[in-house]
Design a binder for this molecule. Sequence first.
Ligand code: FE
Ligand code: CA
Length: 166
Amino acid sequence: MKNYLITKAIEEALNKQVNREFYSAYLYLAMSSYFESMNLGGFAHWMRVQSGEESAHAMKIFKYISERGGSAELSAIEAPKARGGSAGKVFEEVFAHEQKVTGMINALVELAIREKDHATFEMLQWFVREQVEEEKQASDILAQIRMVGDTQGHLIYIDRHVGKRE
Ligand code: FE
Ligand code: CA
């Protein structure tokens, strides 16, 4: 039996976030499949890279829970809805999704403060910074799509550009 260094409330909230991060990975994979079907291979690649990052986010929290004596529990991952519409619509959804995730991270930070859990607070600061990047990334691509025009023929340049993401 390990000693608990995190409270049950923190453990539960972090486990929920692990699930949400894996859901994000699923969501971006679904979007990658959508872009493949639109013959926008660059966007599809970008989405797969993003999906990989989301799995890494989940793993970061997953490992942290155990490190603090908690028990990391996996629950069913919600299936993302089928995608449709245009590239612009998809990136509007990405931006909205990341804003929602930022709200979840902020709520976790507030919980850590209430629980006086400085270690969790510190761990979460990485995610606070990451969300700044995630929101900027999505809004930048969305702005570019709006600039060139949200029709497939106009998206070729952006497709090439986002296809270079490492
Ligand atoms: Fe994430
Ligand atoms: Ca990122």
